[in-house]
Design a protein around this ligand. Sequence first.
Ligand SMILES: *[C@@H]1O[C@H](CO)[C@@H](O)[C@H](O)[C@H]1NC(C)=O
Ligand SMILES: *[C@@H]1O[C@H](CO)[C@@H](O)[C@H](O)[C@H]1NC(C)=O
Ligand SMILES: *[C@@H]1O[C@H](CO)[C@@H](O)[C@H](O)[C@H]1NC(C)=O
Length: 268
Amino acid sequence: MIPISLVSLTVVVLLQSINVQALYDVPGTRVIISLMVNSCEDGKRSICSNCTTFSLCLGGKSIGEIPCGSATPHCVQGDVEATCSNHPASECDVVERPWSITCPSVGVLPDPVHCDHYHNCLERDSPSELFQCPPGYVFNTVTQTCRSRSVQKCAESPCRAANTVVPFGPSHMYYVLCVPRKESETVEQQLEPYIFRCPERAPFNETSQACEYRCVTQGNFADSLDLNSYFQCYRKDDGGFVALKKGCQKDGDGMVAKFNATVGECIP
Ligand SMILES: *[C@@H]1O[C@H](CO)[C@@H](O)[C@H](O)[C@H]1NC(C)=O
Ligand SMILES: *[C@@H]1O[C@H](CO)[C@@H](O)[C@H](O)[C@H]1NC(C)=O
Ligand SMILES: *[C@@H]1O[C@H](CO)[C@@H](O)[C@H](O)[C@H]1NC(C)=O
């Protein structure tokens, strides 16, 4: 007979390994980015209408918007007047604080600078929904949720050289394009990482600098990030697979067909 204590110990160990995610992972909460709301009705002579544009006020009304210009591009609101400055107002400082990104694709993306934030993208080229992890948690690129700092550290920016494409995080699902910051005042040019996501089953390959679809059998397979394209998998002479990314054709009305995974074809 196996002693009861040994059985319960095994059960506890099993439960612990099952519960690791439940213990250390938690979803973040949505951060609503408050935009600059200034009004001429508050008796101001001028207001910042947004982070880079100001308006003169006359009789409690705005009389046209004027961009701050390249020398002093940032609008900073004072008690009575708005001024153009070469330093952004704190609520506009996108380097210091996390901000919505322009979505490169649909899906969840890490914030490449602030490891305790992440983005949810519902539509390509539209602003992301920003999420913040609870205190002491950072975004995990594998599980796509927040994980306790007791088991995961905040990743450093992988950018080392300008205009390079490098993987972001260990999952190979994400990569960044490292672009020199335009307004950098330091001699050593800072690099800004722009985050991108690979389609499902297509991890980022550092050598070829591309997301490469992993074929497991021959046929046509959906591109999870693009309804209008698919991956065609076929065997080479040596038995290995080739994956080609194919776009669906336009029909007579200029509408691009959508890939249907059930039939394995583009359907208008
Ligand atoms: C600020 O407002 C101006 C004028 O409405 C607009 O052209 C510009 O795109 C805005 N900038 C941002 C960052 O929203
Ligand atoms: C990455 O790409 C290189 C060059 O195209 C290729 O030789 C290598 O096998 C690829 N690695 C993986 C893991 O697919
Ligand atoms: C894919 O094609 C099948 C067969 O024509 C159809 O039943 C199904 O609704 C299609 N799926 C989508 C998502 O359009």
